[in-house]
Write a protein that binds this ligand. Structure first.
Ligand code: FAD
Ligand code: NAG
Ligand code: NAG
Ligand code: NAG
Ligand code: NAG
Ligand code: NAG
Length: 524
């Protein structure tokens, strides 16, 4: 067990351990033994430690077993079995995508973890061309594999995450956002249909037309209503190349006004993000390897000098035959912006290279042993009306440097999100994603950089609360029922009703810690 468990988690684990000894079960109708299940794949009771790890590297809850499903029926049979055990059993089931959660969200203490990637692979991906192209892919499929398969047909999904070694089911359970979301909406706005195993073990197709409530519940649903076993994802013709541009600002107001202008324009860039650079020197040297400054002489003299800088990052997609035209368009767009003139950096890469850009950093970090370290990330949605207040307090005051990792900041358009889904966003037409993506390499004896980062996160959250920022967490983590209710606000009733309908025993995704499975039979 880990010292980073909160009081509440320790209580939960202790309860589970005690529960297994003292639990009072009145005549279970079905044998509880999972090993009676007949499966195409297999259940592993031995080496389960990998399923107790995630990218956050802070929580480790051992499951009782790991299911390697050989088919959707394996998943349904397992969930149905656990459902039939009723409230007398403490077994839960967590789908695990690529395990890139931050705080144990894909773990199941003493339960069954479903290794969703076993479901993919077997050639289940089918790309459909035509007027409205789409791909049918397994819920456990990695986005990088989806992209590569679609590219072979000259097609690609429209909305992305910054990093592609994540699964379809994992990102659709959150939202899936990146620099394309201002236009296409998050990934959950680009799905036509899902196949889901509910918390009762039923297999259902759902879409806007069929089982619509389940469809919307599952999108952004934090895994609470079912296990996504297949998704039908909207595609578009894939561009071949990407013009990739970065410019710097020292004035926050100009930076955000330019971002907002760009996302509101009809003819604009295809991807718009931004990041915050606090107190770093030698910054531009870092970029020189992959980006060419417009004016190398001036750029080499640019010194970030400990200032807070804001980097606007954009891309324009193109195919070779339109290169001239695209250059004209890009120049016209750039001429509307107020960045520091000597800081225009450009590069041209293939579409695949651009989309898979974070993987390059992963490979580098892995080689230095800096990937599997604690990641105390904090992802926030800040309403546009308060972004300046937020920046004024957080950048330079609470955070005096950005050496722990990138800080992303870019605007999104609320009308591209479907309010019938479970995703929670601020109640304003435009809002910002602000992501603090810290890595804190530390040894068992020295956790000070992790502790410092956690304390900073705490201060940011406290500030938001005190100042009434109207912030919502993305990839949310809340310790109490009250905080979860506040997170969902008006949609809490709907969320709870959907839980009752699709996973009444609270079997699924216990690692989100929103609902807790009753460990004893409810008294009647
Ligand atoms: C380096 C990195 C970069 C990232 N960049 C972005 C980004 O740009 N934009 C963005 O939106 N997110 C980003 N993320 C966050 C990412 O969306 C989450 O980590 C998410 O959890 C997906 O990861 P996963 O597929 O490994 O899912 P897991 O962590 O395995 O699962 C996440 C949750 O979903 C549940 N779940 C998993 N599979 C299913 C399924 N098939 N059906 C139902 N529930 C399921 C799990 O039980 C768990 O509760 C990034 C993460 C990392 C590590
Ligand atoms: C269980 O299934 C996984 C995934 O298909 C496979 O790698 C593993 O070898 C299997 N284990 C056993 C014991 O069959
Ligand atoms: C779900 O939809 C798919 C494809 O649209 C179809 O092949 C399958 O039979 C459907 N399953 C159910 C349970 O209706
Ligand atoms: C948001 O998107 C809607 C729908 O496309 C559009 O009408 C509106 O102008 C956009 N708002 C901004 C601020 O970009
Ligand atoms: C910038 O960092 C240096 C050390 O890295 C520190 O001494 C200095 O106070 C910092 N400046 C600001 C404005 O935070
Ligand atoms: C969603 O938005 C529409 C249009 O703005 C509104 O009419 C509807 O009441 C909203 N629904 C929910 C559940 O918030």
């Amino acid at each position: 067990m880990h010292c980073f468990l909160t009081q509440r988690n320790v209580a939960l684990v202790v309860f589970l351990v005690l529960g297994s000894v003292t639990m009072h079960v009145s005549d279970p109708v079905v044998p509880s033994s999972l090993d009676t299940l007949r499966l195409r794949g297999n259940l592993s009771f031995g080496d389960v430690s990998l399923a107790a790890r995630d990218f956050g590297n802070r929580y480790q809850l051992l499951p009782a077993a790991v299911l390697h499903p050989g088919s959707v029926s394996d998943i349904a049979a397992t969930v149905r079995h656990v459902y039939r055990l009723g409230q007398g059993s403490r077994l839960t089931v967590a789908a695990r995508g690529h395990g890139h959660s931050l705080q144990g969200q894909a773990q199941a203490a003493g339960g069954v973890v479903v290794h969703m990637e076993s479901l993919g692979g077997g050639g289940r991906m089918i790309v459909h061309g035509g007027e409205r192209p789409y791909v049918d892919a397994s819920g456990g499929e990695l986005w990088i594999n989806v992209l590569q398969e679609c590219l072979r047909h000259g097609l690609a999904p429209k909305s992305w995450t910054d990093y592609l070694h994540l699964t379809i089911g994992g990102t659709l359970s959150n939202a899936g956002i990146s620099g394309q979301a201002f236009r296409h909406g998050p990934q959950i706005s680009n799905v036509h249909q899902l196949e889901i195993v509910t918390g009762k073990g039923e297999v259902l197709n759902c879409s806007n037309e069929e089982n619509a409530d389940l469809f919307h519940a599952a999108l952004g649903g934090l895994g609470q209503f079912g296990i996504i076993t297949r998704a039908r994802i909207a595609l578009e013709p894939a561009p071949k190349m990407v013009k990739w541009i970065r410019v710097l600002y020292s004035d926050f107001t100009s930076f955000t006004e330019d971002q907002e202008m760009l996302i509101s324009m009809k003819e604009t860039f295809d991807y718009i993000e931004g990041f915050v650079i606090i107190n770093r020197t030698g910054l531009l040297n870092n970029w020189r390897s992959s980006f060419n400054p417009q004016d190398p002489a001036q750029a080499s003299q640019f010194d970030s000098d400990g200032r807070i800088l804001f980097c606007l990052e954009m891309t324009k997609n193109f195919n070779q035959d339109e290169a001239d035209d695209i250059n004209t368009q890009v120049e016209a767009l750039l001429s509307k912006l107020r960045y520091i003139p000597s800081t225009l950096f450009q590069s041209e890469v293939s579409y695949l290279e651009f989309l898979d850009r974070v993987h390059v950093s992963e490979v580098k970090l892995r080689s230095k042993g800096l990937w599997e370290v604690p990641h105390p990330w904090l992802n926030l949605f800040i309403p546009r009306s308060r972004i300046k207040d937020f920046a004024k307090e957080v950048f330079g005051k609470i955070l005096t440097d950005s050496s722990n990792g990138p800080i992303l900041l870019y605007p999104l358009n609320r009308s591209k999100w479907d309010n019938r889904t479970s995703a929670v966003i601020p109640d304003e037409e435009m809002f910002y994603l602000v992501a603090f993506l810290s890595s804190t390499p530390s040894t068992a004896s020295d956790r000070s950089s992790l502790d410092r980062a956690l304390k900073q996160n705490e201060r940011v959250l406290e500030f938001c609360k005190k100042a009434g920022i109207g912030m919502k967490q993305y990839l949310p983590y809340h310790a109490t029922r009250e905080d979860w209710k506040a997170h969902f606000g008006e949609s809490w009733e709907r969320f709870a009703r959907r839980k009752e309908a699709y996973d009444p025993l609270a079997i699924l995704a216990p690692g989100q810690r929103i609902f807790h499975k009753a460990a004893v039979r409810a008294s009647s």
